[in-house]
Design a protein around this ligand. Structure first.
Ligand SMILES: NC(=O)c1ccc[n+]([C@@H]2O[C@H](COP(=O)([O-])OP(=O)(O)OC[C@H]3O[C@@H](n4cnc5c(N)ncnc54)[C@H](OP(=O)(O)O)[C@@H]3O)[C@@H](O)[C@H]2O)c1
Length: 312
């Protein structure tokens, strides 16, 4: 064995501790972490904000300050606010110089919403010579994790967002209240069923379908009300399409199902491709960082804009 091979063999491996409050870790996250160079990925399930401090301290003190650079923490789960609480608790539990990098992406919501909004920005710029400021955005499935983050990102760029729930106005209102309190973004709560849905579609310039996978939320007859539509982005990759007429591989394809002749579609697999690259790049940055870093949906969005080549 050569000297450099011996040194390599003696180097510590890259270990990722994956904390999630739900019963399963996501294979998607495990795959991306491995692809990004983590040698060992260990899932800890049923771990909520109250349990992360102890686990974090076990992780930071066992390998020394240098080994900490080769140790990372990933936070999964299903809920945006719980994941960010876990991220805060993890950071507070660190004792410099015993620190490790942290990345949160519950249910892929941070990287997915970031990629969708970045792709919308890109197509607004190149096809419609515009941006999200003052655009009327409709987020279907807005009460879910992806819908909430998409609402926050679009709202921060100056869009006027209707956050729709198909279950009740109360559910939409609750999501908007949390978003306003926690992220400082005002969105309009909406009940997205029947005529109320059609009225929302009529005024929407951008539609983001972030409803449950495998559900058609905007059928062809609803799309015929979309007179102001510029872009429809569908996040659902499972048939049937969430938005009638948007193909999973559409990357700015004309949307014939829309009433507006300017409308184009962005499909779920195009967004998923950016999402994979964002996730992998953030893991690689964690792995190679000389100082501990911490990534949430704003970092995912900055990276998605870079990868999607959104002009500034
Ligand atoms: N490409 C990727 O890498 C990637 C990653 C993550 C997620 N996704 C996709 O992004 C979308 C959103 O993900 P998520 O995890 O946030 O979804 P989710 O939690 O499963 O559902 C989001 C919302 O959809 C609404 N909904 C449920 N059933 C519905 C129905 N029959 N009709 C209309 N709305 C319904 C619910 O809100 P209300 O009850 O309040 O209406 C729910 O809060 C999914 O399609 C998912 O597959 C893609």
């Amino acid at each position: 064995m050569s000297d450099s091979e011996t040194r390599q063999a003696m180097e510590k491996s890259y270990i990722l501790h994956l904390f999630t409050p739900i019963p399963q870790a996501s294979p998607f996250d495990v795959n991306i972490a491995h692809d990004a160079g983590y040698n060992v990925v260990v899932p800890y399930t049923g771990v909520g904000p109250e349990a992360v401090a102890e686990l974090t301290q076990d992780a930071i003190f066992s390998r020394g300050a240098k080994g900490g650079r080769r140790t990372g923490i990933f936070i999964g789960g299903r809920e945006v606010d719980v994941a960010l609480d876990m991220m805060d608790a993890t950071r507070k539990a660190m004792v410099p110089p015993f620190e490790v990098s942290v990345f949160a992406d519950p249910g892929g919501a941070f990287t997915t919403a970031a990629s969708a909004i970045a792709m919308i920005e890109k197509h607004l710029y190149f096809t419609h010579n515009g941006n999200l400021k003052d655009k009327q955005v409709l987020v279907l499935g807005g009460t879910g994790a992806v819908g909430r983050v998409a609402t926050v990102l679009a709202g921060r760029l100056g869009a006027k967002v209707d956050l729709a729930s198909h279950t009740s106005l109360d559910r939409a209102r609750h999501a908007c209240d949390v978003i306003a309190q926690r992220y400082g973004v005002e969105a309009n709560p909406a009940f997205g069923i029947g005529d109320k849905l059609l009225a929302l579609v009529e005024r929407a310039e951008i539609i983001v379908s972030a409803a449950r996978a495998g559900v058609e939320v905007l059928p062809a007859d609803a799309m015929r009300h979309s007179g102001a539509l510029l872009i429809a982005a569908d996040l659902n990759a499972l048939p049937p399409a969430g938005i009638a007429g948007v193909g999973v591989m559409d990357d700015g394809a004309p949307l014939a199902a829309a009433l507006s002749k300017k409308a184009i579609g962005i499909g779920a697999l195009v967004i998923n491709n950016i999402r994979y690259q964002v996730g992998r790049t953030l893991f690689e940055l964690m792995r190679n960082a000389s100082q501990p870093c911490c990534f949430d949906f704003e970092d995912a969005f900055a990276k998605a804009r870079e990868i999607a080549k959104v002009p500034h």
